[in-house]
Design a protein around this ligand. Structure first.
Ligand SMILES: [Fe+2]
Length: 324
């Protein structure tokens, strides 16, 4: 697959929707499902295949460019490519010419109370315009407040008040970018007394109200389930898989809380655990294969190990979760 980058195109929100064959949520009745189906299956000139991809890391740039490994796609963190030039853009340009790309944001603070930063959104749009990713995603979390930036994805209460401003933020982002995005379920370590909706009810509501798709991070489900003591299989079974445009798989670290109870940390620094592979198999049995990312952001391993994790995911995707 070869694509030209940096094509200058006058931007038009309506034209972009028409070009991508998208319907607005309002065209599809209250559920918005038809819009989401369109979004997930019809968006780009080179859609992300229903295969495994991996997070693109500088440690692997040269090996990927040199060997052109058989891998479905790559995902980048948008914030790592918000500078104008340098080696990251050199290598990403070469890799983008050969592979589909997903852009994953970690700094929009969609779950925060403050309006979305116009500067951050402008920088994100520049990355999207330059590399034309097939998918763009962000987290149901917040990381800024009153000018303070934290290097973390913090949880929020799930209720009508937070639902309203999260939907407004997603509307703002989608309008500015001229495309729909996917919103990822977070890993959490605390709960709020003001929460009166389940996480799945909240995610389903924002998808219905904004037309966005969802990103199901299976490791996040397992981490949260362990930390809060709920059944991760029940969560997976209840998740609206028809709205899922991408799945994440990653590793977690083991710790314990003040009462010595097990505490899992969403560390992205190791291979995917067996319980998470089992949940992944369960997730893809209901609605079929989805683009699936191996997230390994810390203690990045040699390419062959990361690639082997992706190949394991590919084998499960090929059989809809049944081991070969
Ligand atoms: Fe994730």
């Amino acid at each position: 697959m070869h694509r030209r980058l940096g094509q200058a195109e006058a931007y038009s929100f309506e034209a972009d929707f028409t070009k991508q064959g998208l319907a607005r949520t309002s065209d599809c009745g209250a559920s918005g499902v038809c819009a989401v189906k369109k979004i997930l299956h019809d968006t780009a000139m080179d859609p992300i295949p229903e295969r495994a991809g991996v997070g693109l890391k500088p440690e692997h740039y040269e090996e990927i460019v040199e060997k052109g490994p058989d891998i479905g796609w790559f995902e980048i963190h948008a914030e790592n490519y918000m500078e104008a030039g340098g080696p990251p853009h050199h290598f990403l340009g070469l890799i983008r010419n050969r592979y589909p790309l997903s852009v994953h944001g970690v700094g929009l603070s969609i779950g925060g109370a403050a309006p979305i930063s116009r500067l951050h959104l402008t920088l994100l749009k520049a990355v999207c315009d330059r590399y034309e990713p097939s998918l763009v995603s962000e987290h149901l979390a917040w990381s800024t407040h009153e000018g303070v930036f934290v290097n973390d994805l913090l949880p929020l209460p799930y209720n009508k008040h937070t639902l309203k401003y999260v939907c407004q933020h997603i509307d703002d982002v989608q309008t500015f970018l001229g495309r729909t995005i996917l919103i990822e379920n977070p890993s959490t370590y605390v709960r709020f007394q003001s929460t009166d909706m389940s996480e799945i009810e909240f995610l389903t509501a924002i998808a219905q109200h904004t037309g966005c798709g969802l990103l199901l991070d299976v490791n996040n489900v397992y981490v949260s389930a362990t930390n809060h003591g709920f059944d991760p299989r029940g969560y997976i079974d209840a998740f609206p898989m028809e709205r899922v445009g991408e799945i994440h798989l990653g590793g977690h670290a083991h710790d314990s809380d003040d009462s010595s109870a097990p505490l899992l940390i969403d560390s992205h620094g190791s291979e995917v655990s067996d319980p998470v592979w089992e949940l992944f198999s369960r997730a893809i049995q209901s609605d079929g294969a989805k683009p699936t990312l191996i997230e390994w952001d810390n203690d990045v391993p040699p390419w062959r190990i990361l690639h082997a994790e992706a190949q394991r995911a590919d084998r499960l995707l090929a059989t809809r979760g049944a081991p070969k």
